[in-house]
Unconditional design. Sequence first.
Length: 191
Amino acid sequence: MWIKTGMAALAGLAGGALLAVLLVFGPFEIGGTASGPWRTNLLIGDPAASPTVRAAIARRGLLALNRSETVYFNATSDENGQRLRENCTYRISFDQQPDSRWWSLTLYAGDDYLAVNGDNAHSITAEHAADSMDVVVAASRPEAPAYWMSSRHAGDFALTLRLYQPDPAISDDPLQAPLPRINRLSCEDQS
């Protein structure tokens, strides 16, 4: 009897610990939703978020504001579902400005920090943009004039789009936001 009870308790603890590790460090996104390559979590900044969701958000280093203040979108792949990689060149196309007071698009290296490369080209903000614009993401600055974000030394990277004080319709349903397209233009061999 004690052996069965002990084994059941041990299995419950092990299962709970595994679930907690997967939720915090794994690919699961409780409350997550997507539009193309862009993902958001409706629980980011929500006071009703469970401790597990809060731990997963804290693990990513996000000091999240509530959804009426900021809506966060994250992309780790292009429009075709291919992982964003340092050795590839991408065009991010905005058909229109995000409907918010201010916005920023930032590139984070595989370690969830800004790439250490000295290029000083980690993000693009609303101040850089016209009504529509393209951003080139590449390991080196393109020859033609363009908005550029450096992926040098970023490895497999992520893009984070933050919409500050978004339109209330976007706060209510973030997937109403006009999100930019991420198209891969080319890739260099990694030999």
